[in-house]
Design a protein around this ligand. Structure first.
Ligand code: MRU
Length: 347
């Protein structure tokens, strides 16, 4: 994703892997739609996209006073906040853009606009740097060779670049580890088979796609040495909301004695959420379950549930890899410490 003079440009993830097409959103409403419709998805990418969208909306404002501009900013932020509820990076990004506005509101409008654009671009650059740091911290945890399973897509596509879980895998491969990735296909939206496999093949990282219900058998056969996934929101106690199916993978990992790692930037940690029970879970359209493309695959009228995320209790999480270091249980202490210190440490 990138800021251009015409608007915010995204690779259209709904078209991958069949078509590599790009979409330029010229209004903030189009950016909000792109997030809602999953043209751009993945928690950190949603956050950065929202920030760029807010900058775009403010840039296009015709407001003549700072008061008017603030009212428009409120509207823009409100529209962004309605797009997807689980990824806390969205609300983190909106908050950061609002704070920036408050700090510079005494300046001329043209300058406020320019500084908000720069703030969004800074968030883009910081996200890539955070992922690279996460990669450095996490790579040491992966085995020197063998299978690593991941669920959903927590790669470059789901971030501003490099990826969280896939960033850890990329860094391990860069260090010379001979990793073979097992990518869960990730029903129903197929982020694993469509996006993770596409990204990793572009990088030449050996990848095997499995359907979600094969993960347990692969673990039993000894093909999986570690698991690494991303997160959409991590509660203060270390409970992790991530793509639906992550919880099952974590329990299978525990049963087979395989480490289960979560890689996420500090912007994914919601210290206001005491535990996972407070995390809002997005319910998506039933059509994602009832249809493959245009073909209906369930009987007409059958009841459907489609929660997009589940919550993995902290007790199944071997470590949380952040840009500032690796947190271990008890996460209530270690996450707080990492968020308060600059140094990269294992806590
Ligand atoms: O519904 P999605 O595709 O936005 O869900 C994405 C995930 O669950 C990812 O694992 C998570 O956002 C981490 S992305 C670095």
């Amino acid at each position: 994703m990138e800021w251009t003079e015409h608007g915010v440009r995204f690779i259209d993830q709904t078209k991958l892997p069949g078509e590599e097409t790009y979409l330029t959103c010229t209004t903030y409403q189009q950016v909000a739609d792109a997030i809602r419709n999953m043209v751009v998805r993945g928690a950190p990418a949603i956050g950065v996209a929202a920030a760029l969208g807010i900058a775009l909306g403010v840039k296009d404002s015709k407001a003549e006073t700072v008061g008017e501009l603030k009212r428009e900013l409120d509207q823009i932020c409100e529209a962004m906040s309605k797009t997807r509820p689980t990824a806390v990076n969205l609300f983190w990004a909106i908050g950061r853009m609002r704070e920036k506005f408050e700090r510079i509101r005494i300046q001329p409008i043209a300058q406020i606009k320019q500084k908000l654009i720069e703030e969004a671009q800074r968030m883009h650059a910081e996200d890539i740097a955070a992922n690279q740091a996460m990669g450095r911290h996490g790579a040491t945890l992966l085995p020197s060779a063998g299978g690593v399973l991941t669920h959903c897509n927590a790669g470059a596509l789901a971030t501003a670049g490099y990826g969280t879980a896939l960033g850890v895998i990329r860094a391990a491969v860069e260090q010379g580890k001979r990793i073979h990735v097992y990518a869960d296909e990730t029903r129903p939206f197929l982020q694993g088979s469509r996006l993770t496999a596409w990204e990793l093949m572009k990088d030449g990282i050996p990848t095997t796609v499995i359907s979600d219900n094969m993960a347990g058998a692969m673990m039993k056969q000894g093909k999986i040495g570690a698991i690494v996934v991303g997160a959409d929101r991590i509660a203060a106690n270390g409970d992790v909301a991530n793509k639906i199916g992550t919880y099952s993978v974590a329990i299978l990992a525990k049963e087979h004695g395989i480490p289960f790692y979560v890689a996420a930037p500090l912007s994914t940690i919601d210290f206001a959420c005491v535990d996972g029970s407070g995390i809002p879970i997005e319910q998506r359209n039933a059509r994602e379950i009832t249809h493959f493309g245009d073909r209906q695959v369930v009987p007409e009228g059958v009841s459907i549930e489609n929660p997009a995320f589940d919550v993995t209790p902290a007790k199944y999480v071997s470590a949380i890899i952040t840009e500032r270091g690796v947190a271990r249980a008890p996460y209530g202490d270690s996450l707080l410490k990492l968020s308060n210190v600059e140094a990269a440490v294992e806590v």
